[in-house]
Design a protein around this ligand. Structure first.
Ligand code: EJD
Length: 401
């Protein structure tokens, strides 16, 4: 006879300020509790171990996205904006827009951007050192500035109004969580921000060359419809800014708090790419996502009923000692971070990951050339978001090389 083991529960709030400030102990407790945990506060199931997070991300048939990848169930509630054709869709609808973006954002297509982005990164580092000297805020002077200089240009949107991109994204990523104070804080401006973002997706607003124009050209070729094109452009503007800003903040924090690893990077500048992936594993700028079960699903002797939301803790999976070893909590350039789920996994895996890596590689390479040491000059301050692990400010002191 087998003993029925009761489903582990947690009444903690993953979207409360205590957990958002430092989720690491909460993640460890969730992993220890079992392969699946019931979060009583929201009546959702949660996976925090690498094995289950990885498996759920790959099983798009059992864990659908079309009911929304936030807490809200689109089968029950109306989404706050028209759903994304990529993120909030399953095959077969998902596939044509995905194929279009995958080609436009693929490594081959990005080759023509590398030279310019490298030069832009060198100019930015020079500018920061000249204007601010050796002490500056790495979030507001580097991590926010670099993506906002290169990415909207690459998409081809006009210069005016670009300051809307970060607050639009901040609200979007908050809105995947519960309707808490963070969502309320963004609510008053979201009408205006959405209207501006949507307006940038029109063909005649976009530059004649760029990712936006490429999407419209794919519509001309019949690869997607003309009705789909503006929503695919919206996906770039939604997913491409806050994620890379916080990804760059993460890798800058990783180095500022691990000076030995900066020495290692400078000795081996080709390691910038893998350093970024290790930082994405270590910090997991995108912390969580939901899926919705499409049938009863058994996990560790428990049944998650059809139609239930499951919260996937990417950040917890990325530090699971069962997968990453006893030093999972260390940022280590000697590690092979491949297989991390910081960009997701399976058919929704980040389509912009090559863009993100190119931004990071450009900035880290420029910094490594110009800066011998980078240290925290004061306490770094977290920015709380329901989905993103982010920094508000990060005072650093650099030693010019
Ligand atoms: C996202 C986790 C969209 C969209 C796509 C992806 C994200 C957000 C929005 C980036 C999710 O298609 O609008 S990291």
């Amino acid at each position: 006879m087998t003993l029925a083991v009761s489903l582990p529960t947690s009444d903690a709030d993953p979207f409360g300020h205590a957990v958002l400030e430092d989720p690491i102990p909460f993640h460890a407790a969730l992993r220890a509790a079992g392969p699946v945990v019931h979060l009583t506060r929201y009546d959702v199931h949660a996976f925090a171990r690498y094995e289950q997070v990885h498996a759920a991300l790959r099983d798009w048939q059992g864990f659908q996205s079309a009911a929304g990848v936030g807490l809200a169930n689109f089968r029950v509630e109306k989404p706050w904006r028209p759903p994304s054709l990529l993120l909030e869709a399953d095959p077969p609808h998902h596939d044509a827009p995905r194929r279009v973006l995958q080609k436009i954002l693929g490594p081959r297509a990005l080759r023509k951007l590398r030279e310019g982005w490298t030069a832009d990164a060198e100019a930015l580092v020079e500018e920061v050192l000249t204007e601010h000297g050796p002490e500056f805020d790495a979030v507001t002077r580097l991590a926010e500035v670099f993506p906002l200089r290169v990415f909207p240009d690459a998409v081809g949107i006009p210069a005016a109004g670009r300051e809307n991109l970060l607050p639009y994204g901040d609200h979007l990523f908050n809105a995947f969580g519960p309707p808490n104070d963070l969502v309320e804080k963004g609510a008053s401006r979201i009408g205006e921000l959405s209207a501006w973002t949507n307006a940038q997706c029109a063909r005649d607003v976009l530059a004649p060359a760029g990712f936006g124009a490429d999407i419209w050209a794919a519509a001309d070729r019949g690869e997607i419809t003309r009705e789909q094109a503006p929503l695919v452009v919206r996906s770039l503007l939604s997913a491409g800014v806050d994620t890379t800003v916080h990804g760059l903040s993460a890798v800058l924090y990783a180095f500022a708090s691990n000076p030995d690893q900066w020495v290692r990077l400078r000795a081996e500048p080709g390691a910038a790419r893998v350093a970024f992936d290790e930082a994405v594993r270590w910090e997991s700028p995108v912390q969580t996502f939901f899926r919705t079960t499409t049938r009863d699903i058994e996990v560790g002797g428990h049944v998650i009923p059809d139609g239930h939301k499951v919260l996937l803790f990417l950040g917890a999976a990325n530090r699971d000692p069962e997968r990453w070893g006893s030093r999972a909590d260390e940022f280590d350039l000697g590690r092979d971070p491949s297989g991390h789920v910081g960009f997701g996994m399976g058919l929704h895996q980040c389509v912009g990951q090559h863009v993100a890596r190119l931004e990071a590689e450009s900035l880290l390479t420029a910094l490594a050339r110009r800066v011998a040491a980078i240290d925290l000059a004061g306490p770094a301050v977290r920015h709380h978001n329901n989905t993103l692990r982010a920094w508000e400010s990060m005072p650093v002191r650099v030693t010019p090389a």
